[in-house]
Design a binder for this molecule. Structure first.
Ligand code: FEO
Length: 387
């Protein structure tokens, strides 16, 4: 079991998954992911969420080691997504006297996932309800759409611990040596990014609590400098950029649009601007989306393909749209050898988003970069960098 110390009474029983290829069948996790689960040992014993079915055996070993022959009284279910709820049925069968504590919405959905009838063993809780375990008391707060409708979080008031469900989670197994922010951002923007308002509502509720430890369902337990993490969450969920700088996201078939993007990168760097470039055909889409949120400016460059966008750009813009991308400055470069269309199509995406300033002119590349293209890029850059 991972040597994760929370307190004498609150134990970690989660599992690292370093063999999963894609989290949620879409996100690359080169350093794996953790499915966190906790046990509160008191007069009554509460298990806080289960783990993905991929990790059943290790989780059960961890749980039994911590229980040391005792029987759990409660399983608290924060979230029914299978990466956390995958072992509810197994738990319920193994510990037939344990009650399952969950939100009313989770209670309504539970039998969609399992074949066991838990109707007589469920305790449905609502906003503000509490559950005393002895010296520990859980306070329940509903957190709809962070990141499913049935989600709730729990605040344990004696040790001031927030069990934050997916909130404050991160990709990467617990033994990964990496700073928190990049993988927490990639996780948040791509998984919860659409639900900024709901996250802000939860943060507002949590701001009234004295929180000393955050125990999320993925990633490290957070104990120090909590203001840093909360500040990041306020920015991300408020769709505010973290930094000044430009993301250049380009799609290129034969390298000419890539050449234009590289030229633009040089021009911006010469002006002292921070630039991060993504080749959308090859780089991680989720990272490109996350960095588009991180910086305050975005340039997209794409050839026309079948009178449409080259598919990886369509995919990128679709992701920005469904993740509610907003409040940014955007510049557009299109390429087309005989009938350039991609600029108009990219513009249409951004016109459908909230508070996006499109910098003029749209640069049109006819096959390859020429002196007149550079002149247009300079004009576009000027508009992009003007406050
Ligand atoms: Fe980690 Fe929404 O599940």
């Amino acid at each position: 079991m991972k040597d994760v110390i929370i307190s004498d009474a609150v134990k970690y029983v989660g599992v690292d998954d370093k063999t999963i290829d894609l989290f949620e069948s879409q996100y690359k996790v080169p350093n794996g992911v953790s499915y966190n689960s906790y046990v509160i040992l008191d007069e009554k014993i509460a298990v806080m969420d289960t783990v993905d079915k991929r990790a059943t055996a290790e989780w059960m070993d961890n749980l039994e080691a911590v229980l040391n022959g005792k029987m759990p009284d409660y399983l608290v279910v924060s979230h029914l997504e299978p990466d956390h709820a995958g072992n509810i049925q197994l738990f319920a069968e193994k510990y037939p006297d344990a009650k399952v504590v969950l939100s009313a919405k989770a209670a309504a959905m539970l039998n969609q996932f399992f074949t066991i009838d838990l109707a007589q063993r469920m305790i449905a809780v609502k906003e503000g309800d509490t559950l005393s375990l002895g010296t520990h008391t859980l306070h329940f707060m509903m957190a709809p759409m962070v990141h499913w409708p049935e989600v709730m979080v729990e605040y344990e008031s004696s040790e001031k611990i927030l069990f934050s469900a997916d909130g404050f989670g991160k990709f990467g197994a617990l033994d990964t040596e990496e700073e928190w922010t990049a993988e927490a951002r990639r996780y948040f923007i791509n998984i919860v990014g659409k639900y900024g308002t709901q996250v802000q509502n939860l943060l507002k509720k949590a701001s009234g609590l004295d929180i000393q430890t955050i125990c999320p369902l993925h990633g490290p337990i957070l104990k120090d400098n909590l203001g840093f993490y909360i500040e990041k969450y306020l920015k991300w969920s408020g769709y505010e950029p973290e930094e000044e700088g430009v993301v250049i996201a380009y799609a290129s078939i034969h390298g000419n649009t890539a050449g234009a993007a590289k030229k633009l990168e040089e021009m911006l760097k010469e002006k002292g601007v921070s630039v991060v470039s993504y080749d959308l055909a090859r780089d991680d889409l989720a990272e490109a989306v996350a960095d588009a949120y991180r910086f305050d400016k975005l340039v997209v460059a794409c050839p026309t393909y079948d009178a449409s966008l080259f598919p990886c750009m369509e995919d990128f813009l679709y992701h920005l749209k469904i993740k509610a991308y907003q409040n940014r400055k955007v510049a557009i470069m299109e390429n087309g050898s005989w009938a350039p269309m991609s600029g108009k199509l990219m513009r249409a995406y951004f016109e459908g988003m909230k508070n996006i300033t499109i910098c003029e002119p749209i640069v049109t590349i006819k096959s390859t970069v020429k002196p007149e293209t550079i002149a247009a890029m300079e004009e576009m850059t000027e508009a992009l960098l003007t406050k």
